[in-house]
Design a protein around this ligand. Structure first.
Ligand SMILES: N[C@@H](CCC(=O)N[C@@H](CS)C(=O)NCC(=O)O)C(=O)O
Length: 261
């Protein structure tokens, strides 16, 4: 699937996972700053050789989102957000006045996301249905039935890559809970009277407690329950409501063109 951000001619190419909060941070920042791009869907492991070729990064771990512009290759959602802030239009998401606050909360949100990913991988590895649904869309239904061991293998690789098996799900939950309690205690709706990448990151981190509606981040029916953290979703209902308000106010979906390719 090829997704085109703002419908115009562009050489910017965004390599991203459709359902990943990190990828959404890049996409949202680009959309917010009206930067056009063509999105290329990334498939863990399968798309890696192509991504390495495109980025000329032959060694070390590589992950998405990646933005390739005419002048540069930006690896990582925050690098992409910084680029968007520099060259794009619209209100700033990283006002220098609030820089220390922003940095603190982006780091907290990233911690929640990493812990959330570890629990998600654990949950997916225990659901054959979810593993079948996670196979690439071009895998025919007859083969999907037998495909869960392949997904299991990919998840295991990802789990090792991101250190997900270092702790048990209960320990990851504690990490998430302590950051969410801290976030609960700060001024709302905004830390500093305006929407910044700190709020955006916390909005996206809450995806690992209660996934938001599929028009913002698309999820298969079979994987949605693996993203949901029942305990945290009920403990932090107030934050999930805040998240939904933020999405209504600030997540503008640009005019998109969708074509297969
Ligand atoms: N620090 C990076 C983290 C990106 C990241 O964790 N990406 C993961 C989730 S989108 C990924 O690429 N997973 C697939 C893979 O590693 O093949 C960022 O902010 O972009």
């Amino acid at each position: 699937m090829l997704r085109i951000g703002i419908a115009t001619l562009t050489l910017n190419r965004l390599f991203a996972l459709p359902y990943s909060p990190w990828s959404e941070r890049a996409r949202w920042s680009l959309n917010h700053h009206q930067i056009p791009y063509i999105e290329h869907e990334y498939q863990p492991l399968l798309s890696e050789p192509k991504l390495r070729w495109q980025t000329r990064k032959w060694r070390g771990p590589i992950s998405v989102p990646v933005l390739i512009t005419e002048q540069s290759t930006l690896l990582g959602s925050m690098e992409i957000a910084e680029y968007a802030e520099q060259v794009g239009t619209g209100t700033p998401l990283m006002s220098p006045t609030f820089a220390p606050d922003i940095k603190t909360w982006v780091l907290q949100a990233d911690g929640i996301m990493s812990a959330g990913r570890a629990i998600l991988i654990h949950n997916l590895m225990h659901s054959k249905e979810a593993m079948r649904a996670s196979l690439p869309s071009w895998v025919p239904p007859t083969l999907r039935r037998y495909g869960h061991p392949v997904s299991h293998w990919v998840l295991k690789r990802l789990g090792h890559k991101y250190g997900c098996f270092q702790y048990r799900p209960d320990d990851w939950t504690k990490t998430m809970r302590s950051s969410l309690i801290k976030w609960r205690s700060v001024e709302k709706p905004y830390l500093n009277q305006e929407f910044t990448i700190a709020e955006m990151s916390m909005v996206l981190a809450l995806q690992f407690a209660e996934p938001c509606c599929s028009s913002v981040i698309p999820l298969h029916l079979q994987t949605r329950s693996c993203w949901r953290h029942d305990q945290l979703a009920s403990e932090f209902e107030d934050l999930i409501n805040w998240r939904d308000d933020m999405l209504n106010l600030h997540h503008k979906i640009p005019e998109t063109l969708e074509t297969s390719g």
